[in-house]
Every structure is written in C-alpha cells, then in structure tokens.
Ligand binder design. Structure first.
Ligand SMILES: [Zn+2]
Length: 249
C-alpha cells in the first residue's frame, strides 16, 4: 500500500515497499494543474493519490519507463501523460515484454495493469506552468537512456527519478556512464537546488550527486568503492552487475 507523505504545502511523496526495494513518486499540486510524478507499480498504488487530485487537471510525468515507475497510470483520471521520446519508444518494446514476463512469473498478480504510453514527448527539455509553480523537465540519460529529472525552481526541489540513488545507483548494460557523470556534475553545481528527491533511497541535498558521481567514477576507473557495511541484498547484486557493465564499456 502506498503511503502519502506531505513534504511541503503543495508537494506530496508517494512511497511504496516492493519485494526487493522501495520506490517513491511525487504529487505536485499547482494552482491550475496537478502533476503525478511516476505512477509506481500497479493501479492500486495510485488509489491513495486520488483524493489529492480531486477534479484538478492532472498531468502524469514518467521519470523513465521502468516498471516500478509507470504501471499504475490507468487508476488516474489523467489529462496528459508526458515522457521522454525514448520513454515512448520503450512502451513499444521492453515495457510490454516486462509486463508479460511478470505475468508469467506471478500469475494473477499483474492482470489489472494497463500500459499507458506517454502522449506528449520531448527530447532535451520542456516546462509547464502549473499555476504559481513551474515544473521543468530535463533529459538526464544514465541509469536508462530515457531518464529525466523534474526541477521546481520556486521550491528548489529536484525530482531525480533513478538518476541518483542511495546506497548506489543502478547501471544498465547500455548506460552511458561518462555522459551520466557529466550531467550529474552539471546539476551538482546548480545552487538553486536545495532538495534532491530520488525514487529510491535517501532524500538529501546536492551531496547526493557528489556521492553518486564518486561511485560512478570509481566504477569507471576500476577502483574499489567503500560500500556501506549493512546493505540490502538487492544492492549487493546491483553493485556486482554495475562493476561488470562498466568494465565492458
Ligand atoms: Zn526505479
């Protein structure tokens, strides 16, 4: 069951425990429009969000097309669904395959999921006036090629999706690690950012970028990284595959 945390007067966080890890989305309530940043893993995950939206014009934004971020959309009365161009392409390829695999592995558990691809897409960046507050979307390929971040300048908040993560970020086989690092370095220097809200792990400030940059650079250099003493099995496995993928590239 998703828990809703009121993080600021018009910013709510949606948090959910999944089998192997936790995931977090957000809801921004603007004067004119509301935004649901990621719809988590299942339509039921979005039920607690409905009272926040009321009958407001609602935009859904996908941080990227991984299953734990986009499978709950059909529960919402959305008016627009927005994602990166590559996010849209993924809905034609790996997103339906991923759902098929989960349905085979866990019969009955995912039957209610209806995939809703982005209707509006962009390449580099775009921004929306939500009424008293702005949401800027910026491409930040790294974890996946379709990853974006959402910056709210009036609040100094960056919704980071999976571009930063604690204890460590998840590298995929096709992750452009060098580009990822240089884009994180760009955001690390942006003094307008006071709060960084990732989809997995700790909420923090710009030092989250610093830590993830250090980790990714260590992987690229083939060095050893001081991992936390206590870490969930998911992150032990992730670190091992991260090392493997960055050695190959
Ligand atoms: Zn994720």
């Amino acid at each position: 069951m998703t828990s809703i945390q009121q993080f600021a007067s018009n910013l709510y966080l949606t948090e959910l425990h999944l089998d192997e890890f936790d995931v977090r989305g957000a809801v921004i309530i603007g004067g004119k429009r509301a935004v649901v940043w990621d719809t988590l893993s299942h339509p039921r995950d979005m039920q607690p969000v409905l009272p926040l939206l009321d009958d407001k014009y609602t935009m859904v934004v996908y941080s990227h097309a991984d299953w734990d971020h986009v499978w709950g959309t059909s529960a919402l009365r959305h008016h627009e669904v927005i994602g990166h161009n590559i996010c849209y392409e993924r809905f034609l390829n790996d997103v339906p395959l991923g759902l098929q695999e989960k349905k085979l592995a866990q019969p009955g558990k995912w039957d209610e999921v209806i995939l809703v691809p982005p209707m509006m897409t962009f390449g580099g960046q775009m921004q929306f006036d939500l009424g008293d507050v702005t949401l800027e979307l910026h491409h930040l390929p790294g974890h996946t090629l379709d990853c974006i971040v959402g910056f709210i300048p009036e609040w100094g908040v960056l919704l980071a999706g999976d571009t930063v993560e604690t204890p460590l970020p998840v590298v995929n086989e096709d992750s452009p690690v060098e580009q990822w690092i240089s884009l994180l370095e760009h955001w690390e220097k942006d003094e307008r950012i006071k709060t960084v809200i990732p989809a997995h792990g700790e909420i923090g400030d710009r030092t989250l970028f610093t830590r993830n940059i250090a980790y990714l650079k260590t992987l690229l250099n083939g060095g050893d990284f001081d991992l936390p003493v206590i870490m969930q099995p998911f992150y032990h496995e992730t670190h091992a595959t991260n090392v493997e993928y960055t050695r190959k590239s």
